[in-house]
Design a protein around this ligand. Structure first.
Ligand code: SF4
Length: 207
């Protein structure tokens, strides 16, 4: 097993290297650094409070504040009052920021093509496996909690007989398969530790 772990870790290392170098070249092309590009894409999809954004990205608020200040100085983002809490402020992309984010590739083109070449079953199996690995890293407090199905109170894995759509999302009240597992869902609501542990056990039990 140790050799398998080494091989899988090597695969992650190579993908991380590719991702990092691609992030630098894309961000540079658009006059940003990778952190600025990442934050701009996130706030273009959904305005967020700085504290929530820092937690999701796994960075300190001080470091995120520098990134946000740089985006504000470039006219790509702004700090605005949070409509749900008058004392809080959230970070929003400006029209110029959204326009820039729209032309920046979300996924590097060669990686997009490589994943598209997989069959549906392989993509679903990959999402299931990655979800389990990421959840284990969260349980070990190595990375922050993400807005993923495994930590969502709406997720009910393996409750339907249909093997193609065995899971259920209580938020949209619909069945779905491994290919529909989410790692960044805006409708996520954090489950209790017990619910998250039960979800993980049920998802891991069926291959
Ligand atoms: S709300 Fe989103 S994260 Fe939660 S179960 Fe549904 S799809 Fe998954």
């Amino acid at each position: 097993m140790q050799n398998q772990i080494r091989q899988i870790a090597t695969a992650f290392e190579r993908l991380a290297l590719f991702w990092r170098s691609n992030q630098w070249s894309v961000a540079k092309e658009y006059g940003l650094n990778p952190s600025q590009g990442d934050v701009l894409q996130r706030i273009s999809r959904q305005p967020e409070r700085a504290a929530d954004l820092a937690q999701r990205l796994g960075v300190t608020q001080a470091s995120l504040s520098d990134t946000i200040s740089a985006l504000v100085a470039k006219g790509l983002a702004e700090r605005r009052p949070d409509p749900e809490d008058g004392r809080a402020r959230r970070i929003e992309a400006t029209g110029q920021g959204r326009a820039l984010a729209a032309v920046m590739p979300d996924v590097p083109e060669p990686l997009d093509a490589a994943i598209a070449r997989l069959g549906d079953a392989d993509r679903g199996a990959l999402l299931r496996t990655l979800s389990l690995i990421i959840r284990s890293l969260q349980e070990a407090e190595a990375i922050p909690i993400q807005q993923m199905c495994l930590t969502c109170r709406h997720f009910r894995p393996h409750v339907h007989d249909d093997p193609a759509r065995p899971h259920h999302c209580g938020f949209v009240d619909a069945a779905f398969g491994n290919g529909g597992l989410r790692l960044d869902c805006a409708d996520h609501e954090t489950a209790t530790e017990e619910e998250a542990a039960r979800n993980r056990a049920r998802l891991a039990a069926v291959g």
